[in-house]
Design a protein around this ligand. Sequence first.
Ligand code: FES
Length: 510
Amino acid sequence: MTISVLWGILLSTRVLRRFDNPSWLNDIHAYASGMSILMVLLHMVSLMLDGWLRFSITEVLVPFSAHYRAFPVALGVIAFYLLIAVGGTSLLIKRLPRPFWRTIHYSSYGALILISFHAGFTGTDVGSPWYRWLSLTLIGLASLAIVTRVLVGRSVNRAARPRRDDVIVPRTAPAATASSTAAAAAVPSSPLGGPATPVVSLDGLDLVVVARRRVAEGVVGIRLARADGHPLPVWHPGAHLTLRLPGGLERQYSLTSDPADRQSAEICVRLSPTSEGGSSWIHSTLHEGMRISAVGPSNHFELEPAPSYLFVAGGIGITPILAMIESLPARRDWYLLYIGRSRATMPFAAELLRQYPERVTVFPSDEHALPADLHAFLARGADLVYCCGPESLMDAVAAYVSPERLRIERFVAVVRQSLAGLHSTEVTCRRSKVSFTVPATSSILEEMERHNVPIIGSCRKGVCGTCEVRVLGGVPEHLDSVLDDDRKNDLGIMYPCVSRSSSTELILDV
Ligand code: FES
C-alpha cells in the first residue's frame, strides 16, 4: 500500500517526467493498490480462522466491535472501507466527475495513516520495536504527503470552485465570452431570448502581467502571476483562464506554458479582426505591471493518460496543445500536425520544429497548393486524438476519428436544435433544496440564478463549461458544445445555460 501511495504521488507530481512514465507505470500503481485490498481481505479471513484470536465476521467488519484492542482494530477496519472506496471509484473513473474521484482518491493517504497505526499498535506478533518504528515512518511519510496535497488542493479549490455562500452580484451588462480563437460574438442576455439575468460573482484570482511579448504576427503572449506573490493554483494541460475585462466582458484563454511552473503562466491572444473589445483591449491596453482579475483555471480538455497521441492544431489552437506536449514524458509516442495561414502567423511553429523535428509537421497553407492531408496524418493511428482550432478543422477531424478517441475543444457554439422541442421543465436543485419551473422562454441557468442557486455562468452559449452541474435524475437534452454527448452522459453532467430536458423533471446536484 505504501508503494502504491508513494508511487501515485510521484506520477501525479511529474517528478518522473524526464525518465518517461508510460501507462504501464500507472498500471503498477493500480496493481499495487489492488494487491493491498487483496492482502487486507486475506488478513481479515486469517483473523477469523486464527484459533487464538477467534474474530467473528462482525468484529472484522464493524469498527469498535472487536473484543481485542477495539480501537486500533477499528482503525484497520475503517482503512479497509477507505481502500474499497478508492479502488471502486478508480474502476469507475470514466463515469465519475474528476473532482469527486480525486477527493475519494486522496483518502488513500488517510487509509495509509490508519493502517500504519493499526499495524503498529494492534500488537500480537507485530508488536516488536522495529515494527513500530516502521509504522511511525509510514505515518510520517503519509502525513507529509497529505499536508502537501491539502495545501495544493486548497489553492485549486479556492480559485476554481463556487461555494454555497458566494455572493450573488447583479450586473448591469450581460456577461459576454469568447475564445482566443474566435471573434468575440456578443452574448445575448439569454440564449433563448429571455431577459438579462444576474450573474453569480466569485472571488477570482487577482493577477498581474509580469511579461508581454509578441509570439507571432497579430498574437501576443501575456505572462501572468498572482498579485500577492503566491503560486498559481495547480493546473493541468488543456486548462483555460477566464479573464474579466472592462465593461463586464469575459474572455477565455488557454494556458500555454509548462504546468510545472507555478510562479507564472502564459496565455496567447490573437487580435481578432472582428473584436468586440476583448482581444483588441488586450492588444492595445494590457501591458506589463497592470492588474487583471480572472476566474479559474478550469479544464474541459484534459490530457488523459494514453500510450500514444495525435495532436491536430489550427492557428491559435496550438496553445492548449503546447502545454500538453510540454507535460508529456520525454519518450511518449506523439505526433503533431500544426496548420496555419502562414509561418509568420503561427505561434511557436519554429520552436516546435526545432525541438521535435521528427514529431512535428508544420503546414502553412500559403506554402501549399492543396490542403493538409488530414487522412494520411490520422492514419498513423493513436490511442487518443486531440484537436483544437477552427470549427472546419475540428469537423474534418471528427469525420475521421471515432468519438471515443477524439477530444476537441470548441470555442464557437455549434448550432443545435432541440429535438424534444422547447417545453417547460420542473427542476429540483437537490442541495439548495429549491424546485422551480423553467418555462420554454428561459434557460435552466437563468432560473437557477433567479432562485439564488449557487452556480456561475460565463459564456451562456454552451462553450466554456463554467456552468457544469451533475444530473441526479431525469434525462438532459444536451445542446451545448463542450464535450461529446456520450461522455456527458457517462459522467452524468450537463450545461444548463443552453441544454434542456427531454424528461418533464430534472434533478440537479447543486
Ligand atoms: S456558461 Fe459557458 S457552458 Fe454554460
